[in-house]
Design a protein around this ligand. Structure first.
Ligand code: KG4
Ligand code: ZN
Length: 359
């Protein structure tokens, strides 16, 4: 089975062709990603209207390239998948409408993929990780801890109540005048800074749930910076190091909590899987290894290019739908729902106790 996947939910215009073989494994035949970073850099973040227009300009070229690299004619496809949200609505409309046009013109099934579900299933494409596993998704738009029990069967243990982790890195970089995207720049500055110099808060730490809150940390950083302004190069490095250490500590605490909830509700995880651009951060990566080790499992980190947004994720998630003999109507539209079929896990451990007794 061969599926074309289209991704336009944020600032990557991407298309890929993925083949699912009879043994259930996936093979990426092509994977073309055009980043819009340069178009958003001067604004210090993604501008939705600019993103949507850039998708319109680039998408047909990107799809043509993906099909050429895969050496597949449209008529040989078994379906056309596009990310239908959650994401920036202008971009989603561009990708989904393009997928509809291709599916209609070539009489192929259309698959509207939930972007988060695509991230959740990537570890099965790259590492064939068996269910159930715990997913830590941390990007510029999302921060979630999910229990992945099967296709379409997800339990959400935690998420951010305000900023996503990547967004907090980006805003910190913007505040300190470092540029965009902020994550790699903050990490670089942090490497030569003193993480102990500024006592920044660790929001939500110690709570029984697995939720995140990053906006208070960001404000604390701003206040610390304002107090000592004008900033020297060393001040910037120390602020970055202190901020990154606070995020690392928060991730450690929140993931420990999420994995505790996972164990109570689902049992031992087969892996801790990370996804999203933030997982590229070495300090965060290190703490993920440690937390996974503590619960007797291992960290599975798909290659960076597949941790971030791309068409292969979407195509792979699409294969599952076509496998089940289903597809979507052409009337399908942008969906802001976090994840189809997802259940919010009870946040209190007491509420989870009955499942302990069943074990
Ligand atoms: O998954 P992704 O490529 O795109 C979406 O957000 O959809 O993630 C990008 C985010 C940005 O916020 C970026 O600053 C962050 O991931 N990021 C990092 C690092 N590399 C990328 N954050 C911290 N440390 C990094 N090394
Ligand atoms: Zn994403």
């Amino acid at each position: 089975m061969v599926i074309l996947g289209i991704e336009t939910t944020c600032d990557e215009t991407a298309a890929a062709v993925v083949k699912r073989t009879a043994d259930g494994r996936g093979r990426i035949l092509s994977d073309v990603v055009l980043s819009q970073i340069s178009e958003h850099a001067e604004f210090g973040g993604v501008v939705p209207e600019i993103a949507a227009r850039a998708h319109v300009e680039a998408l047909d070229h990107i799809i043509t390239k993906a099909m050429a690299e895969a050496q597949i004619p449209f008529r040989a496809l078994d379906g056309v998948a596009a990310a239908a949200g959650p994401g920036l609505i202008g971009g989603v409309i561009v990708g989904l409408t393009t997928a509809k046009a291709i599916a209609l013109a070539h009489d192929k099934p259309l698959i509207a993929v939930n972007h988060l579900e695509a991230h959740a299933l990537t570890a099965r494409l790259t590492d064939a990780v068996p269910f159930p596993y715990c997913l830590f998704l941390a990007s510029g738009g999302h921060t979630q801890i999910l229990g992945v029990r099967g296709v379409g069967d997800y339990l959400r243990f935690g998420g951010t109540v305000d900023d996503a982790i990547g967004e907090a890195f980006d805003k910190t970089a913007k505040l300190l005048g470092l540029g965009y995207p902020g994550g790699p720049l903050v990490e670089k500055e942090a490497a030569r800074g003193d993480a102990q110099r500024f006592a920044l808060p660790r929001p939500m730490s110690g709570r029984r749930d697995a939720d995140f809150s990053l906006s208070g940390l960001k404000t604390a950083l701003r206040l610390a910076a304002e107090k000592i302004a004008p900033l020297s190069d060393q001040d910037v490095a120390d602020l970055c190091a202190s901020f990154q250490q606070a995020v690392v500590d928060v991730v450690k605490d929140r993931l420990r909590s999420g994995l505790r909830m996972f164990r109570l509700r689902i049992g031992p995880p087969n892996a801790l899987v990370c996804a999203g651009g933030v997982a590229a951060n070495q300090a965060i990566r290190k703490v993920l290894h440690r937390v996974a080790f503590e619960v007797g499992t291992e960290l599975v980190a798909p290659p960076p290019a597949l941790c971030t947004d791309n068409g292969a994720l979407i195509a792979w998630a699409g294969t599952r739908v076509v496998m089940n003999g289903s597809s979507h109507q052409f009337s399908v539209s942008h969906s802001a729902r976090p994840l189809s079929g997802i259940m919010r896990a009870k946040t209190s451990l007491r509420a989870a106790l009955p499942s302990l007794f069943r074990l």
